[in-house]
Design a protein around this ligand. Sequence first.
Ligand code: ASP
Length: 302
Amino acid sequence: MPAGLLGIEELQRPEIEAILARAKDFQTIQHQPVKKLDTLRGKMIVNLFFEASTRTRTSFEIAAKRLGADAISISASGSSISKGESLVDTLNTLAAMHPDAIVMRHAASGAPYALARHLATPIINAGDGTHEHPTQALLDARTILDYRDSLEGLRVAIIGDIAHSRVARSNIHLLSKFGATIVLCGPAPLLPPELASIAPGVTLATDIRDAIRDADVIMMLRVQLERQHEANFPASEYFQFYGLRLEHLNLAKPHAIVMHPGPINRGREIASEVADSQRSVILNQVENGVAVRMAVLERVIG
Ligand code: ASP
């Protein structure tokens, strides 16, 4: 199998540390007047997105361009998938044009893994169904480490629609490898008990206050209505029980940070005053997304 990036679960700690360290170098470059390097000059990256995306797709494209590579983005609605072509045929067609990597988002969990077994082109998983979103967990770790010296011993509350969240799964794997304690919290239908055993250090809570108490990091998740078949909570009721409000922050550690992978739904899982508060690092996450994806592209293609 070519060396792409499919999930956090199979990455070793040193590989993650190397990506995070390299991303730190790229953070600095983003603040320079000229942000372009030529590390990947002559390389071509294809972004193939079968699901909606603002942050991930744009930041992969910017990351590729900042490294001097060429990047093109294709979405399912504008591709021959909408004309009935199979996923394998689409991927083989793109691979025949010899890109150096394919960045792929797909609604089916495991899709990039299955394709990676058949393609010589490295695949980078930009989110597969409810399974993994590895670059999100890496950029989340980079962001936490901008505020804390280490992930070891941190208490991280992940709150919301855990059942459908690839962000939660990738973060559980990453944070657990680095010795953090993870509390998963949400309404029972969105909180699968089996997740408590996918990695060490994971516990479950159905009361948001129990999850937030003494937390160093509060990571909010969107209710993924596009994947919901079991329960559709009225927005106001959901916000009453699982929405993060300013008063909740008093329960957390004094310098706790608030994260969200986006897109945020104000008034559903997070109050505007929290999203826009000093504690919120949501836009720092977006900024770090570019640096982390530069580090990932360099590792995969460079
Ligand atoms: N952007 C993230 C994802 O693609 C989170 C979300 O959509 O709620 O999984």
